[in-house]
Design a protein around this ligand. Structure first.
Ligand SMILES: Cc1cc2nc3c(=O)[nH]c(=O)nc-3n(C[C@H](O)[C@H](O)[C@H](O)COP(=O)(O)OP(=O)(O)OC[C@H]3O[C@@H](n4cnc5c(N)ncnc54)[C@H](O)[C@@H]3O)c2cc1C
Length: 512
C-alpha cells in the first residue's frame, strides 16, 4: 500500500526505522535525509543500552543487534563515589556504545537494505513528497516546531545544566562522583564505551553556574573562549578522575535538558519518533532505547495496517504506554539529580540506597538482593542488629520505633485511626509530581510559618500521587527538621513503605 517513505534525521531512530521498513517490505522506496555529512560529525560520546533493549533489538533484527553488541563495551560495574566511600551499585551488567559507532552500524545496515541516505542538507517536511514523512529529527525537531499547534507540544527546560564530554581512556567501571569546592558543586557521570573511550558528563546547578563563573558562557554564540574556559575548569576539577588527561569535546556545549511531551505524535501523513516526539532524562539512560523501540513499532505498524492513518494510530497506541512509564521514572530521576546538592553530605551507603530507589522501580529488597552488605550498612542509622537476609529488611525497617521532636511512634507503619488516636499532625494534601516547583515552594513556606507539628502528606492513593508525596516527603526531610509521614492509602504497599523510610523519604507511613 505505502510506496514512498521519506525520513528527516539520520540519528538512531531514523536510520533504524529506515532499515526495518525495508526489511519488512523491500518494495518500499525509503530515503533518509540527514543534515550532517557523516556519523563522525555527530554530537555526544557513548550511550548506555540495557540487556532488555538488546533483547528487543534481537527480536526485531538479529543482524544489527549482533553488530551493536559486538561493537559495545560490556561487563563493567556501576559505582557511586561518595565523600567517604565507593559503593558498587550493581555488577558487570552494563553495555555502552559510541554514538558515532552506533550510527555507522545503523547507516550501513540501512544502506545494505536499499535505503538511500542523502547527507548534508537540512530538510523541511514541506519539501518532501511522500506517502509518509517520518520526522526523526531529534530534540530540536523543526518538524515538531512547524506542526506544534496540531501536535500539542509541551516543553520545559531542566533545572540544571550539563555538558557532554569524553576521555581517551576507558574508566574501569561506570561511576558517579561529585566534586565540591566551596559553593561550587560539580557532578560527574562517567562510563566506558570502548577500550580507549569514556563518556564524562558533568552537571552543575544554578548556584554553581554563578559561583564558578560559568555564566559568562553564551549558548547563542559560536564555540569559543567561554567553552574552552569551561572545559579547562572541568579538567582541573576532575583531574584525578581524568588521570590528569584532557577532556574530549565534540560539539560540546552547556545546555539544559528539554522535557518534552506531545499530545499527538502524528498529523496527516507526518509522524514523529524518538527525541522529536518525547524525551526522558539522560540519567535514566533510555533516550536511544526509546528511539530504537519507536522505530520497531512504527515499522511494524506501517507493514501491518491497511491505511496510513490506522498505522500511525496503532504505532502511537503501542508506544505511548511504555514511553509514558519511562518518562515518569525519568522525571523522578531528573529531580533527584537536580537536587543532588542536598544529599551530597550523606554517607555513601545511604546515598547509594537513595539513588537506587529514586525512580520508584526498585525497592529496598530489590537493592539488598544484589548488594546486601551495602544495604545493611545504609540502614544502620535506623537501629542496631540489621537483619542479614534481604527478605527480612522490610519488616525490620517498618518495626523501628520513631523518637523525633514532637512525635514518638512504636513503629513506622500505622493506620490512620491509630495515628489520629495517638498524635496531633498537620495534614497536607499533595499529589503534584513536581515537588521542586513554585507550588511546593509555597507549601513549604506556609508550613514553616505554621508551627512545628509533624506533617502528614495525604491525598489520592494512585501510584503517581503516592510517588509525588514520597518525593515531597524527602524534600521536607532534607530541608526541615520536623517529622514527615506519607499516606499510602489502601492496606499499604509494605515494600514501598519500607523503601520510603529506609531511603529517608518519610519518617512514618500511614495506611487507610
Ligand atoms: C547528555 C546525554 C546523554 C545521553 N545518554 C544516553 C544513554 O546513555 N542511553 C540512551 O539510550 N540515550 C542517551 N541519551 C539520549 C539519546 O542521545 C537520544 O535520546 C537519542 O539520540 C535520540 O535519537 P533520535 O534519533 O530520536 O534523535 P537524534 O539522535 O538527535 O538524531 C536526530 C538526527 O536528525 C538530524 N536532523 C535534525 N534536524 C534535521 C533536518 N531538518 N534535516 C535533516 N536532518 C536533521 C540531526 O543531525 C541528527 O542526526 C543521552 C542524551 C544526552 C543529551
Amino acid at each position: 500500500m505505502t510506496r514512498k517513505i521519506e525520513l528527516i534525521g539520520g540519528g538512531p531512530a531514523g536510520l533504524y526505522a529506515a532499515r526495518l521498513l525495508k526489511l519488512r517490505d523491500p518494495g518500499l522506496q525509503v530515503t533518509v535525509h540527514e543534515r550532517l555529512s557523516g556519523a563522525a560529525e555527530t554530537f555526544g560520546f557513548g550511550v548506555g543500552l540495557t540487556e532488555s533493549t538488546m533483547r528487543n533489538l534481537a527480536v526485531a533484527d538479529p543482524t544489527t543487534a549482533e553488530q551493536v553488541r559486538a561493537a559495545s563495551h560490556a561487563g563493567h560495574d556501576l559505582c557511586l563515589k561518595g565523600h567517604d566511600a565507593t559503593v558498587t551499585l550493581h555488577g558487570a551488567r552494563n553495555l555502552a556504545i559510541g554514538r558515532a559507532t552506533l550510527l555507522e552500524i545503523l547507516g550501513a545496515a540501512a544502506t545494505e537494505m536499499g535505503v538511500e541516505i542523502r547527507r548534508g542538507s537540512e530538510i523541511d517536511a514541506a519539501q518532501l513528497d511522500a506517502d509518509v514523512v517520518i520526522a526523526a529529527d531529534g530534540v530540536r525537531s523543526r518538524t515538531r516546531e512547524k506542526y506544534a499547534a496540531e501536535l500539542g507540544v509541551h516543553s520545559s527546560p531542566g533545572r540544571t545544566r550539563f555538558v557532554w564530554c569524553g576521555a581517551d581512556f576507558a574508566v574501569e567501571s561506570a561511576f558517579f562522583a561529585a566534586a565540591q569546592r566551596g559553593e561550587d558543586l560539580f557532578v560527574l557521570h562517567a562510563y566506558p564505551y570502548g577500550d580507549d573511550r569514556s563518556t564524562f558528563l558533568i552537571e552543575v546547578d544554578d548556584l554553581t553556574w554563578q559561583s564558578a563563573g560559568l555564566r559568562a558562557f553564551d549558548a547563542r554564540t559560536p564555540i569559543g573562549e567561554t567553552d574552552h574556559a569551561s572545559v579547562a575548569l572541568l579538567e582541573g576539577v576532575f583531574a584525578a578522575e581524568l588521570r590528569g588527561r584532557r577532556l574530549l569535546t565534540n560539539r560540546t556545549r552547556w545546555g539544559r535538558f528539554t522535557n518534552l511531551t506531545l499530545e499527538r505524535w502524528s498529523t496527516g501523513n507526518v509522524v514523529l519518533l524518538g527525541d522529536a516526539a518525547h524525551t526522558a532524562h539522560y540519567t535514566l539512560g533510555s533516550g536511544t532505547k526509546l528511539a530504537l523501540e519507536d522505530a520497531i513499532a512504527l515499522a511494524e505498524a506501517l507493514a501491518g495496517e491497511s491505511s496510513i492513518a490506522a498505522a500511525l494510530a496503532a504505532y502511537e497506541a503501542v508506544r505511548r504506554p511504555p514511553v509514558e512509564r519511562f518518562k515518569k521514572l525519568a522525571h523522578r530521576s531528573q529531580a533527584w539529580w537536580d537536587t543532588y546538592r542536598l544529599r551530597v553530605g550523606l554517607p555513601a551507603e545511604r546515598l547509594a540506597l537513595s539513588y537506587m530507589t529514586r525512580s520508584g522501580n526498585l525497592t529496598l529488597t530489590d537493592y539488598a538482593a544484589e548488594q546486601l552488605a551495602s544495604a545493611r550498612r545504609a540502614l544502620a542509622w535506623l537501629g542496631d542488629a540489621v537483619p542479614d537476609s534481604a527478605a527480612d529488611l522490610d519488616e525490620w525497617v517498618l518495626s523501628r520505633p520513631l523518637a523525633a521532636p514532637g512525635l514518638t511512634l512504636p513503629t513506622r507503619l500505622l493506620t490512620r485511626d491509630h495515628l489520629s488516636a495517638t498524635t496531633a499532625v498537620r495534614e497536607v494534601a499533595w499529589s503534584e509530581p513536581d515537588v521542586w516547583g513554585e507550588p511546593a515552594d509555597a507549601l513549604i513556606a506556609a508550613l514553616a510559618r505554621s508551627g512545628s507539628l509533624p506533617v502528614l502528606l495525604s491525598g489520592p492513593a494512585t501510584t503517581e500521587a503516592v510517588a509525588a508525596r514520597i518525593d515531597l516527603g524527602e524534600r521536607l526531610r532534607l530541608e526541615g527538621e520536623r517529622p514527615v509521614g506519607v499516606f499510602l492509602g489502601g492496606d499499604g504497599d509494605r515494600a514501598a513503605a519500607a523503601t520510603a523510610v529506609a531511603a529517608a523519604r518519610a519518617d512514618f507511613v500511614v495506611t487507610t
